[in-house]
Ligand binder design. Structure first.
Ligand code: NA7
Length: 534
């Protein structure tokens, strides 16, 4: 029996939107299943105050449509979440994509049937849909995790994970607010609300190396200039490892005279965006001596910005060097701790014992709060896969296959799971880049693959175990070059709140976007080597 759909895409975020657009071009029968009540993915869910891009807005928008580029104006160099959501909704409207999207549709189980060569997708509302190809666009950071603390249900005021920030406005003015977590999310939120709440208690386990974002408005003249340079901007993003406008300085730190080196670092610290991380001397992220010197430079910046020396030292990471975990970008984050209403509570000194009806109880005291916010991060990349039952060939479960290390071929497919295309899945190139830049490459490639299969009369694709092994070795090699491999963060698959994930896993591809594209291109040029077709 023919399946109901040629392709089902799970997820209507940045990736799912573009994948639907491309498959329309092949005249296929496609539907997108989305758990949210509208499109936008990450930008639909994360509505917490202060949520915004760390990518330059104009380097984040889709590049595929000159008309779209022509008509969309960004208001800030680093746009806030409401604007980004409006942008994605605009794209969906413009290309009339919503008619092939089913919202409020949560996927629970996907089962491969070898005889009919179809996937059956079961949804939480009790429906079963069949398709030839199943594509996941389920996000990297879409499986939020709560801390393993007792009593989270007992708290009597409002409390939520940042990912589930309510759609209706949350009144924080005059409230006593507690935030657990100081990653990129916590840092944005803390800086945004510090001067709006009565009291802010920040419960910090490990600080991060944060750097100034230097956001600003885009004037009409600037927007006109950006528009005239889009080709140049996207060409630049295509040549940098991270898909950003910022690429590494090829000089070695030690080869640059000290005075010049520090002048360069001062300039980076005063410049907008990720340049300080991704535009630094290349060896800062690879060589521990170079890293230590730059790390001390940033530590001194924190000391200059935080009035109380004890608080300043608590905000300075001691377990990892600068840039070896995700660098949170901030706007007056450190200055928030100079305010009388903001208190930093180091949970290493006074561990949280439990959440109570009234607030947070540490070994030291009970902090009475009106609102508790969990900025405790995500079960990154594989978490969203684990929350769906993917059952492949011979009843194999993807969750089991990936429990130790998520292995794939090119980040695109896993052996044992025919016709399942893991867009933005583990070990793929898009997950470590400025996301839309990476995902346009991945989606274009997947679309061409489907087209090629249709032209050749194939209805089944699966990678070989050998191809998967070769890719996994390469992924591991790429980690070995970077100091990041030793830091505990979601880049290395670490999450203390998920059983079995408090250890290093190779989750992302660190070889850089240009190298990833070469692998994809070579694979296609050689008749999609490494895959077996039927
Ligand atoms: P992150 O970067 O994973 O940060 C989560 C934070 O929550 C981090 O500071 C954790 O401390 C903290 N955390 C987690 N569990 C606990 C418990 N039990 N007690 C205290 N503190 C805890 O997630 P974000 O949402 O901030 O950022 C995710 C990405 O979104 C980000 O990288 C951007 O790409 C966008 P830890 O460091 O583990 O000690």
């Amino acid at each position: 029996m023919e399946p109901a759909y040629d392709v089902i895409i799970i997820g209507a975020g940045v990736c799912g939107i573009y994948q639907l657009y491309r498959l329309r071009g092949l005249n296929l029968n496609v539907t997108v299943l989305e758990a949210g009540s509208g499109p936008g993915g990450t930008w639909y869910w994360n509505r917490y105050p202060g949520c915004r891009f760390d990518s330059e807005s104009w380097s984040y928008g889709y590049s595929f449509s000159p008309e779209l580029l022509e008509e969309w104006d960004w208001s800030e160099h680093f746009a806030g979440q409401p604007e980004t959501l409006r942008y994605l909704e605009h794209v969906v409207d413009k290309f009339d994509l919503a008619r092939d999207m089913q919202f409020n549709t949560k996927v629970e189980r996907c089962t491969w049937d070898e005889d009919s060569r179809t996937w059956t997708v079961e949804t939480a509302d009790g429906r079963s849909l069949t398709c030839r190809f199943l594509m996941t666009a389920i996000g990297l950071l879409s499986a939020p995790t709560m801390p393993l603390l007792e009593g989270t249900e007992d708290f009597q005021g409002p409390s939520f994970h940042t990912y589930y920030w309510p759609h209706e406005p949350v009144e924080l003015g005059g409230k006593r607010v507690g935030i657990i977590g100081t990653g990129a999310t916590g840092v944005q939120l803390i800086a945004e609300i510090a001067d709006k709440v009565a009291e802010l208690k920040v419960f910090q386990r490990r600080p991060n190396w944060c750097a100034p974002l230097h956001n600003s408005k885009i004037t009409p003249e600037e927007m006109a200039d950006i528009r005239s340079r889009y080709d140049e901007i996207f060409a630049r993003c295509a040549e940098t490892p991270g898909g950003f406008i910022h690429g590494p300085d090829r000089r070695k730190m030690a080869d640059v005279p000290e005075e010049e080196r520090y002048a360069f670092w001062e300039k980076l610290y005063a410049s907008p965006g990720f340049g300080i991380w991704l535009g630094n001397f290349r060896d800062v992220l690879m060589d521990s001596e170079a890293n230590a010197e730059f790390t001390e430079f940033v530590a001194n910046k924190i000391r200059e910005r935080v009035n109380d020396p004890v608080t300043a030292e608590k905000l300075i990471p001691t377990d990892h060097g600068f840039g070896t975990r995700r660098v949170p970008m901030e706007t007056r984050y450190y200055e928030a701790y100079n305010r009388d209403n903001v208190q930093l509570i180091d949970v290493n000194d006074t561990p949280i014992e439990r959440i109570t009806a009234k607030g947070v109880k540490t070994s030291d005291q009970e902090y009475e709060l009106d609102v508790i916010i969990y900025a405790t991060g995500f079960d990154a990349i594989t978490g969203a896969f684990d929350r769906i039952d993917f059952i492949g060939r011979d009843g194999r479960k993807l969750r089991d296959k990936w429990s130790d290390n998520p292995i794939t071929y090119l980040g695109v497919q896993a052996e044992g799971f025919p016709n399942l295309v893991t867009l933005a899945g583990p070990t793929g190139g898009s997950v470590s880049t400025n996301f839309p830049r990476g995902i346009e490459v991945g989606v274009d490639w997947a679309t061409e693959l489907v087209q090629w299969m249709l032209e050749h009369g194939y209805s089944r694709i699966e990678p070989t175990a050998e191809a998967e092994e070769e890719w996994s070795d390469h992924v591991a090699d790429m980690y070995s070059m970077l100091l990041m491999r030793n830091a505990k963060s979601w880049f290395t698959g670490y999450n203390s709140n998920v059983a079995g994930k408090d250890k290093t896993r190779f989750l992302i591809y660190n070889g850089g976007a240009p190298r990833y594209r070469r692998w994809l291109d070579e694979c296609a040029a050689e008749g999609y080597k490494g895959f077996v077709f039927g």
